[in-house]
Design a protein around this ligand. Structure first.
Ligand code: AMP
Length: 251
């Protein structure tokens, strides 16, 4: 796997590609089985697979969350080598924003509800970095997890609105044995919290309706930001002590 950190270097490499089919998997690192399932899917469907790792500060609405975000680069590189990824695009923090984030991509409707109403600016930061990465990588297909369902919806909308020649592929959520969706933030859970966290997807799946699910999760000690049904999914965000978990299931 070749690691490219410099944008100019990457653009020269990209220009010299022939017509190979390129699959792209954008991530923020601290890779787990969820990310690796996206990589495997891309490997199956493309001649070349490219992963980016970039912890995008503009999509964090809390400085502490950004500072505490797990960074495990050498472990990530090992996993990507094992997955036979061709290129890792690893830009440094500053190079992605030569404009100091003065140019922004904002969606004005669906980005304001659910996650958007609890994480102000999150989706603007996310859409802006995804468009920058799409412009640099120029893939034919890009892979996103259903775990972040609202993100997936907004990225599909971005591609459609801006006529980007990229096919967005959704990949199902990969879960631990106890049902908890893999997430980089799970690393911060203690063993006891991890056990309790499994009640979140369990109630999403088994509960009758959002009101009942909220009541039961609160009884267990979760603080519930929202449980809502939309896009034929049941989506939720909860806090377990100081760790925020999001998840969703098909209805
Ligand atoms: P992140 O590094 O958290 O930005 O995630 C990068 C990509 O991996 C996003 O498209 C996520 O939706 C996806 N992803 C994260 N966790 C999972 C999971 N448990 N199962 C499937 N995809 C996931």
């Amino acid at each position: 796997m070749k690691i490219v950190t410099d944008i100019k270097e990457w653009q020269i490499i990209r220009k010299n590609f022939s017509n190979q089919k390129i699959g792209f998997i954008p991530t923020m690192g601290n890779l787990h089985r969820g990310h690796l399932s996206l990589c495997n899917r891309s490997k199956l469907e493309n001649e070349m697979s490219i992963v980016s790792i970039y912890v995008n500060q503009t999509q964090f609405n809390e400085v502490n969350d950004f500072n505490n975000y797990p960074r495990t680069l050498s472990q990530d590189i090992e996993l990507l080598e094992k997955s036979a990824i061709d290129y890792l695009f690893l830009p440094d923090e500053k190079t992605m924003y030569p404009d100091n984030f003065q140019i922004q991509i904002t969606e004005t409707t669906e980005s304001l509800e659910l996650e958007g109403s609890y994480r102000s600016g999150h989706f603007t930061g996310m859409l802006t970095i995804v468009l920058k990465l799409f412009n640099l990588i120029q893939p034919q297909k890009a892979y996103f997890g259903e775990k972040d369902f609202q993100q997936l919806i907004l990225i599909k909308k971005l591609v459609q609105a801006l006529f980007l020649p990229i096919e967005i592929i959704n990949c199902e959520t990969i879960r631990e044995k106890n049902g908890l969706a893999y997430s980089s933030r799970n690393n911060r859970l203690t063993n006891e919290q991890r056990k309790k966290a499994a009640s979140f997807p369990k109630w999403l799946k088994e509960g009758e309706n959002p009101v009942e699910i909220t009541k039961n999760l609160e009884k267990l000690g979760f603080k519930v930001d929202y449980i809502k049904e939309k896009w034929q999914r049941r989506l939720g965000a909860v806090w377990l002590d100081n760790i925020r978990l999001i998840d969703n299931i098909p209805l």
